[in-house]
Design a protein around this ligand. Structure first.
Ligand code: PSU
Ligand code: MN
Length: 307
């Protein structure tokens, strides 16, 4: 008896992985649950194009009709974007249920890391990661993304974490679990819409080649887990701190009033912050994802060159 395979690797992705050429994984919860339609689909396609323009092959990750996918067709991206929150948000615990039922799911940072690793992809670009929520000392709401970073060997390029989270507790949790936070050309932990926060990063590295060298050293030594590469939003797209803080405070207050919890919490907060700031935050969000796709492509190229 052989173990059945559950994974479909897109031919372009499979060829690049086999030839040790740069590949960048992309997640799909950001498409279905992180941005409104049609901007979500437009962004997903633009991000793929940006990765290609920077010399890497994009592999958007999702579960389609029960199959794990590394690399999607345009129709599949359109389906995930149009269906929005009707598509199951899939984290580590959900994967076997969606697969066994032959369903379709959008993958979070955690499940995208899992499927990337299965497909042999080591570098992944997204917008923001999950973390320790504010009030976690009573709610215990800690994203499964953090545990995944502690165990699965994929580097996640992001713009830091939104201050819907408790950034200080998120850093403490990552430290406990041995997950390094690298600041790309910055000493401050970026806070998604803003370039800085009140917190520092563990290591500042200024060149993609330096980041690739650290990844190689870590994985050559079989140190398990991934790494966070925090890439600040470009200056011209950063938002005024007061405006974004006010929107986040209001969204958090509403989520408490409405009793939102569990996996609904992050999508609720993302959608409310987007509504409260109008088009501004969405435009910033799109630009920072494109910026992360460019850096991830450069890191993937340097990592591939190390052999
Ligand atoms: N943060 C963002 N945008 C996102 C997410 C988080 O700024 O789209 C998504 C990612 O897919 C992340 C997930 O993995 O939310 C975390 O959800 P939770 O907090 O329920 O683990
Ligand atoms: Mn949670």
């Amino acid at each position: 008896m052989t173990t059945p395979t559950y994974l479909d690797i897109h031919p372009d992705v499979a060829a690049a992985v086999a030839a040790r050429q740069p590949v960048v994984a992309l997640e799909s919860t950001i498409i279905s649950h992180g941005m409104p339609y049609p901007q979500n689909v437009e962004t997903a396609l633009r991000v793929e194009a940006e990765v290609r323009a920077h010399g890497a092959v994009p592999a958007t990750i999702a579960i389609i009709n029960g199959r794990l996918k590394a690399g999607l067709t345009t129709d599949e991206i359109e389906l995930l974007g149009k269906s929005g929150r009707e598509v199951t948000k899939v984290s580590r615990r959900d994967i076997p249920f969606i697969v066994a039922a032959g369903k379709t799911g959008a993958t979070t940072v955690a499940s995208t890391m899992i499927i990337s690793a299965m497909a042999g992809i080591r570098v992944f670009a997204t917008g923001g990661i999950g973390g320790v929520h504010r009030g976690a000392e009573t709610s215990f709401d800690v994203s499964a993304d953090l545990q995944e970073l502690a165990q699965t060997p994929v580097a996640v390029v992001c713009a830091g974490a939104k201050s819907i989270l408790d950034l200080g507790l998120t850093l403490e949790y990552l430290e406990t679990h041995g997950v390094p936070v690298v600041g790309y050309q910055t000493d401050s932990l970026p806070a998604f819409f803003t370039r800085d926060s009140d917190f520092g990063v563990d290591y500042r590295l200024d060149a993609p080649s330096q980041i690739a060298a650290v990844l190689k050293a870590k994985w050559d030594m079989a140190l398990k887990g991934g790494m966070i590469i925090a890439n600040p939003i470009p200056h011209q797209y950063a938002m005024p701190k007061a405006q974004i803080d006010a929107a986040i405070e209001q969204a958090l207050a509403e989520s408490v009033q409405q009793g939102i919890s569990g996996k609904e919490s992050t999508p609720f907060l993302l959608a409310r912050v987007c509504e409260l700031t109008g088009g501004d935050s969405l435009a910033s969000n799109i630009q920072l994802v494109l910026n992360n796709a460019r850096l991830a492509s450069a890191i993937a190229a340097e990592y591939a060159a190390l052999g």
